[in-house]
Design a protein around this ligand. Structure first.
Ligand SMILES: [Mn+2]
Length: 341
């Protein structure tokens, strides 16, 4: 976890300003990190980022719109020098493999004690904890397939939510109410940028995250995305059953991105390494989510699969995001098939 000095230094940085602008990853770890820090150090504005290269522009758009004293970047593996220099005052908290921070105040426990999801780091920064902050940090951590030490205690506080005794994260994800809440939050981060923003605006004003089970507006958004997701997972399962390869590949065309959740779900259902790739008709690229079985390290495999191709990837040992030119997708997949044999 973070040292006392690290915690103090970050708290001080957050305390000494009032105009904080938050940027965070568009998954439940990023969202939970934001909700936790925002509860103690409120944001004047925020931006949920997207996967892929167009997201750099989102920093610059916000920069022009908002007068702020400190930019807080959460759960992002990479931030360019250009962005950090433009934002000037930057606190960057992350748990992906450490990279150059270009002068930002950079907090990354991987440098000392390994992978701790950003939501757990955010919770450790709060002066006080309560059942809600513990629940939020557990949601963020579980999204990243990390079981926080307080999970068992949380089960006593939220027995109807954590309705499984299992500590297997696949079971927690796909066979518990807690996992259903993860799915709900994930789909609230799916859709048009403006819709996602208003969902988060709503989320940051509720005291109890379980309110998403009953909030009419959030439920409406969720149900719409759920219907689309059901179609995709049904199609993916049919295709997967007809496939014999070690690598499970599913592609689809849509504007909404379900790749991360689909890839987790398919790996759980089929126990294989999975690539889910999304595109849309006028695009010349694929956005991909890759999930590997326990015996595969993506940090070893992906450099070989992407070598010389017009694409990029980043993330964890067993879970990465990537993008690649459409024309080179097949080459990349063929290489992956060979590497996994
Ligand atoms: Mn994360």
């Amino acid at each position: 976890m973070l040292s006392r000095d690290q915690v103090k230094a970050v708290q001080q940085r957050l305390d000494e300003v009032t105009r904080r602008l938050y940027f965070f990853d568009n998954d439940v770890d990023g969202l939970a990190s934001f909700l936790l820090l925002n509860s103690q150090w409120p944001a004047i504005d925020f931006q949920c980022l997207l996967s892929g290269p167009s997201d750099e522009e989102l920093y610059f758009t916000k920069l022009q719109e908002t007068g702020f004293q400190l930019a807080v970047i959460l759960d992002r593996p990479m931030v360019s020098e250009r962005v950090i220099q433009a934002l000037e005052q930057v606190l960057w908290i992350d748990h992906h493999p450490p990279v150059t921070a270009y002068g930002a105040q950079y907090v990354n426990p991987r440098k000392e004690n390994g992978n701790i999801p950003t939501a757990c780091l955010a919770q450790a920064l709060l002066p006080n904890t309560n059942p809600q902050t513990l629940l939020l940090s557990a949601l963020g951590a579980a999204w990243d397939y990390y079981l926080p030490s307080h999970f068992t205690k949380l089960r006593e506080q939220f027995p109807s939510l954590i309705d499984t005794n299992s500590t297997n994260l696949d079971i927690i994800h796909f066979d518990s109410q807690f996992g259903y809440l993860l799915r709900l939050l994930t789909f609230l981060l799916t859709g048009k940028k403006s819709e996602i923003h208003s969902n988060i605006e709503r989320l940051r004003r509720i005291e109890d995250i379980r309110t998403v089970f009953t909030d009419t507006s959030l439920q409406q958004h969720y149900q719409e995305k759920e219907r689309k997701y059901e179609q995709l997972i049904t199609q993916a399962q049919e295709e997967a059953l007809a496939m014999n390869d070690a690598l499970l590949v599913f592609t689809y065309a849509a504007h909404d991105s379900y790749t991360g959740y689909l890839a987790n779900h398919l790996r759980y259902l089929f126990g294989k390494t999975v690539v889910v790739a999304k595109t849309f008709p006028d695009s010349n690229r694929y956005t991909m989510s890759i999930r590997a079985t326990d015996d595969i390290d993506l940090h070893t495999v992906l450099p070989k699969a992407f070598d010389g191709l017009r694409g990029d990837y980043g993330g964890h040992e067993h879970a990465c995001g990537a993008h690649i030119a459409k024309a080179e997708f097949d080459t990349c997949i063929n290489r992956l098939q060979e590497l996994l044999q």
